[in-house]
Design a protein around this ligand. Structure first.
Ligand code: SF4
Ligand code: SF4
Length: 163
């Protein structure tokens, strides 16, 4: 497990696969899991409030594996990256010396079922752009946009410079 924060679990439940309550009491769920919590890390980020903030998020999302989700009022950067200490048998290779955050993480509210939805989830730069465009208007002019599509006239072309 390698999260700076646990992924919040107050999410919409979509029934899939075997659920934790279908195992006998006392079962170690990790014995039945492919170590989902060791394949990512997530940390809270500042809520974007302006165009520049959203452009930072766009920068995150141009990197493969980086995603952003929102739960409640909190925005999180979630990066899919497998821990270098995860072994082929899905066990921790440094169990005795694993980071404290891995020790603190429990099966109580972990992603064992992996069946929740985030309130907002952005996987691509296009998605965050579209979201920001809805809030602030287009960041970049659309070269294919026809003047007839716009209520405003385009800025007139500058006069040529004399050499
Ligand atoms: S150190 Fe061990 S428990 Fe922590 S993320 Fe890596 S494999 Fe998982
Ligand atoms: S804590 Fe949860 S997600 Fe992580 S290995 Fe155990 S059962 Fe799987």
């Amino acid at each position: 497990m390698s999260t700076v924060t646990q992924i919040p679990t107050g999410k919409t439940q979509i029934p899939t696969g075997k659920r934790r309550d279908q195992f006998p009491e006392g079962t170690n769920l990790c014995e039945h899991c492919t170590a989902k919590c060791c394949h990512y890390f997530a940390l809270p980020i500042d809520e974007p409030v302006n165009r520049r903030d959203f452009d930072f998020i766009r920068w995150y999302l141009v990197h493969p594996g980086a995603t952003v989700f929102v739960e409640g009022e909190t925005w999180y950067l979630l990066v899919y990256s497998t821990c270098q200490h995860l072994q082929d048998d899905h066990r921790c290779g440094i169990y005795e010396t694993r980071p404290q955050i891995c020790r603190d993480y429990t099966t109580k509210e972990c992603e064992f079922e992996d069946d929740w939805c985030y309130e907002k989830y952005f996987e691509t730069p296009e998605q965050i752009d579209e979201y920001a465009d809805a809030l602030f208007g287009p960041q970049f002019p659309d070269p294919d946009r026809n003047d007839h599509d716009s209520l405003r006239s385009r800025r007139p072309t500058s006069l040529p410079l004399l050499s």
